[in-house]
Design a protein around this ligand. Sequence first.
Ligand SMILES: C[S@@+](CC[C@H](N)C(=O)[O-])C[C@H]1O[C@@H](n2cnc3c(N)ncnc32)[C@H](O)[C@@H]1O
Length: 279
Amino acid sequence: MEYGRETVIRLTEYEFEEIVQYFRANYGINLQKKKVLVECRMAKELERLKVPSFAEYLRLLRRDRTGDVAAGMVNQLTTNYTYFLREPAHFSLLEQKIYPELFPRKYGPCQIWCAGCATGEECYTLAMSLCDYRESSGMAVNARILATDISEEVLKRAEKGIYPKKEKERLPVSWQEKYCVDMDAGHFCVEEYLKYHIRFLKHNLLAPLPEKQQFDVIFCRNVMIYFDKTVREQLVRRLEDCLKEGGYLFTGHAELLSREETRLEQVYPAVYRKVRTSE
Ligand SMILES: C[S@@+](CC[C@H](N)C(=O)[O-])C[C@H]1O[C@@H](n2cnc3c(N)ncnc32)[C@H](O)[C@@H]1O
């Protein structure tokens, strides 16, 4: 193999199975039907590590003490597709129904967790919707958004908050004007003050958060879709425990939770609420 050309190296069934098991056990993601995708995406990674075969790569992974080999694999094999104002009905619901309910007085603290934030478009959309609500309602909303992902590469991009200009066209014009700053012909960045509301953290959803926290709103959208049933059930339990009473969980529209899967009550499509014990 020549380095620098990203030659695709074929996986044997045995090697592929080892990667599938590793990924499922450590991150919950099921790659069973994605052999070609794994071969193509891992070509870059084998080149980065300068290893000529998957046999050699798997030896490195088994001896990985620093976590660098595993982190590189996560960067390549997670699906990080996202965009601004994805599933816009969720953001309308927040502004019209949920924020007024969460902030009944003039001042309100609000904890939001954006779990599986990818490159940041989702948590910045949340920050924009909060700022917009603050402006329109006159409420002194004190919001904190925790944005987590398992991939270090996407988190670095999220922290920078720089995106191709085309991407901002998904936002209402008034939001483009208020919250986006053009940088050069091809890029814009999000307004610096949006970042004051957000803390980015590398976190694996298979584990509890490092500090015990309870949230008013959790966004965990388009993440569980890659998980097996058992992993998904465990994650839903953990998310339920991280919600305050009366708090809301948002999932992707392709990830609807059945009554058997959750103790939360469904209140809108892909939106669930933790019932207050006093209700
Ligand atoms: C398809 S993106 C969804 C992004 C955003 N939530 C949205 O709906 O547009 C899924 C994200 O979940 C992250 N993810 C997958 N498994 C994870 C895990 N076990 N722990 C934390 N994040 C994970 C991936 O790295 C990826 O960035």
